[in-house]
Design a protein around this ligand. Structure first.
Ligand SMILES: C[S@@+](CC[C@H](N)C(=O)[O-])C[C@H]1O[C@@H](n2cnc3c(N)ncnc32)[C@H](O)[C@@H]1O
Length: 234
C-alpha cells in the first residue's frame, strides 16, 4: 500500500508547501503595498521641498534672508527630513492616544497646543495644520529670522500663528508639544537653550527634539519610543 493511501498518513511537506504558497503570496502583496506607500511618501516629500525651495529662492526673499544677521551660534534653515518628520508625528499621535494624561471623552486624545521652535518658512507647520496627522487646538511657530516668517505667511498662509521671536526668551509653559530641531549649531548655546526650555515646559508636555544636546542626561525628561527623539516632561 502506498503511504498516501493510509488514512493515518499526513503529508506534512505538501501541507507546508501549500501554506507557504499562500504566505508567500500574502508577503508579496504586503511588500508591494509598502513599496507603493514608501514611493508615494518620497514623491510628496520631494514636492513639498520643491515648493519650499521655490519660495526661498525668489530673488527678493533670498536677498532678505542673506541680509538677515544671524547669531554665529545659530543654525540657518535646514529642513528636517520630511519622511522622518512624518514618521515621528505619526508616532507621537499614537503616544498621545495611549497617554491617560491626554484622555478625552470625545476624541482619541485631548487636542494639543503645539509650538515649532525655529520653524523657518513654515513647511512643517503647514503640513501639521493640513495633514490630519495630529489632533491639535493651536499650531504655532517662531523663528528668529523675519524673512522666514514672511515666507511662512505669504507662501504657507500661516498668518499670525507664526511670528519672529528668539528661542532663548520664548515662554514654553503653555505648550503640550514642542518641536525643536536644533536651532543652535554651537553645542553650548544649544545646551543652555534646552535647559531653559525643559525647565519651563509643563509636566506631561511632549518634546520632539531631533539632534538634541542634553535631553538624555536630563532627569526631568523620559525618552519615549526607541529613537531618543520624543520625550515627555516629568
Ligand atoms: C536646523 S533649522 C530647523 C528648521 C525646521 N525647524 C525644521 O526642522 O525643518 C534651525 C532653524 O532655527 C532658526 N533659529 C536659529 N536660531 C534661532 C533662535 N535663537 N530663535 C529662534 N529660531 C532660531 C533658524 O533660523 C532655522 O530656521
Amino acid at each position: 500500500m502506498a503511504e498516501t493511501e493510509d488514512p493515518r498518513f499526513v503529508d506534512y511537506v505538501s501541507e507546508a508547501k501549500y501554506l507557504l504558497t499562500y504566505e508567500t503570496e500574502a508577503l508579496s502583496q504586503i511588500s508591494k503595498a509598502l513599496l507603493t506607500s514608501e514611493l508615494s511618501i518620497q514623491a510628496l516629500s520631494r514636492v513639498f521641498v520643491a515648493l519650499e525651495t521655490a519660495a526661498l529662492e525668489h530673488p527678493e526673499v533670498a536677498e532678505a534672508i542673506e541680509d538677515a544677521e544671524l547669531d554665529p551660534t545659530s543654525f540657518s534653515y535646514i529642513g528636517y527630513d520630511l519622511r522622518d518628520f512624518l514618521q515621528v508625528m505619526v508616532e507621537l499621535d499614537s503616544m498621545l492616544a495611549a497617554d491617560p494624561d491626554y484622555a478625552h471623552g470625545q476624541f482619541r486624545y485631548r487636542p494639543v497646543r503645539l509650538m515649532e521652535v525655529g520653524c523657518g518658512p513654515g513647511r512643517n507647520l503647514f503640513i501639521l495644520q493640513n495633514g490630519g496627522l495630529l489632533l491639535w487646538s493651536t499650531i504655532e511657530g517662531i523663528d528668529v529670522v523675519q524673512p522666514y516668517i514672511d515666507v511662512a505667511r505669504s507662501s504657507f498662509n500661516l498668518g499670525d500663528s507664526v511670528w519672529q521671536d528668539d528661542a532663548r526668551t520664548l515662554d514654553y509653559s503653555p505648550y503640550d508639544v514642542v518641536f525643536s530641531h536644533r536651532p543652535f549649531s554651537d553645542a553650548r548655546a544649544q545646551a543652555d537653550y534646552e535647559k531653559r526650555l525643559v525647565s519651563q515646559m509643563k509636566t506631561g508636555a511632549y518634546l520632539v527634539a531631533p539632534l538634541n544636546e542634553t535631553h538624555a542626561q536630563d532627569s526631568r525628561l523620559v525618552s519615549l519610543g526607541d529613537t531618543e527623539v520624543i520625550w515627555k516632561r516629568l
